[in-house]
Write a protein that binds this ligand. Structure first.
Ligand SMILES: [Zn+2]
Length: 88
């Protein structure tokens, strides 16, 4: 059974790595609208802590993380959404 989490609306989702995590989770909040240390809910229900921004000239630590949370992946698969991989 398909669960339409976005109510048929086109939705942007952002795949981010929360502080201290080793998997990407999907959030619907724009990364520009959150601040370091804030907790935001992922689609799977996990609380993600927004990491500190990476200093200019360095690669974000999360850049190497390609594993995706299977629950978040399930919720975005087939949904009407634009997915963006985001590193802070
Ligand atoms: Zn997740």
């Amino acid at each position: 059974m398909d669960i339409d989490v976005f109510g048929g609306e086109q939705q942007d989702v952002f795949w981010i790595v929360g502080m201290g995590l080793t998997q990407r989770h999907a959030i619907t909040m724009r990364p520009g609208a959150v601040y370091a240390g804030q907790s935001v809910p992922a689609l799977c229900g996990a609380e993600l802590k927004i990491p500190q921004p990476t200093p200019i000239g360095r690669d974000p630590r999360s850049k190497a993380v390609t594993d995706k949370c299977p629950t978040c992946a399930d919720r975005t698969t087939g949904a009407n959404c634009t997915e963006t991989t985001w590193d802070f």
